[in-house]
Design a protein around this ligand. Structure first.
Ligand code: ZN
Length: 210
């Protein structure tokens, strides 16, 4: 097992996703594994862009399967991430980082092709300017993984949590037409072949203390 993640046993993990289901698809396996190993995992979803009540309920179900606390950063209003001024987003992330005091933060990759996801990456990096924690970045969909570059700098073994990951993705029932569960499993298997695990997720290590 990768020693980076051994350090997080019993630690605090804060994961950012722009929208409901991003975290389950991109990092659900690692989050479920860390929760299982005793970490306190917080899934911060920045915005629910539509069908707020239904999608919030789905996000709660997904987080429950993973074993995480769900925090919706903009619960009071339905909005798109790009409509939020960057300084305001950073201020909210600052407050959350101050509350959680994370040992490990997981956020969108700067290479993610979705504009909102890139904004969340920028806000996360900025909010961590004074917090000495590890920082990993993920891509939120198999299609983007196929298109993007420079991922695979590190791999997380998700063999024990792949079923939970797929179950957590399935909790987003309103999005199932767009979510290819077979692709998620196939990708984890392909990344596992590359890294020597049965199933894996790939991350960019943006800041790692060893
Ligand atoms: Zn998204």
């Amino acid at each position: 097992m990768n020693r980076i993640f051994d350090e997080e046993k019993g630690g605090r993990v804060l994961a950012f996703g722009a929208h409901p289901d991003d975290l389950e698809v991109g990092a659900g396996g690692l989050l479920a594994r860390l929760a299982e190993e005793g970490a306190q995992v917080t899934m911060a979803v920045v915005s629910v862009p539509n069908r707020a009540e239904e999608r919030t309920k789905e996000a709660r179900a997904g987080a429950k399967i993973i074993g995480a606390q769900l925090f919706i950063v903009y619960e009071e209003r339905q909005c798109r991430v790009e409509d939020i001024p960057m300084h305001e987003l950073v201020r909210r992330f600052d407050a959350l980082v101050g509350d959680v005091k994370p040992d490990l933060v997981i956020t969108h990759s700067a290479h993610d092709l979705h504009w909102d996801h890139g904004l969340v990456n920028r806000a996360t990096v900025s909010a961590l300017r004074r917090t000495p924690c590890d920082l990993l970045a993920y891509l939120s969909s198999p299609e983007m993984n196929a298109q993007s570059r420079s991922l695979g700098q590190c791999f997380a073994d998700v063999s024990v949590s792949i079923d939970k990951k797929i179950e957590a993705i399935s909790a987003h029932k309103s999005q199932l037409a767009n979510l290819d569960l077979d692709s998620s499993r196939d990708l984890a298997r392909a990344l596992g072949r590359l890294s020597g695990y049965a199933y894996a997720e790939s991350y960019e290590a943006l800041r790692v203390r060893i």
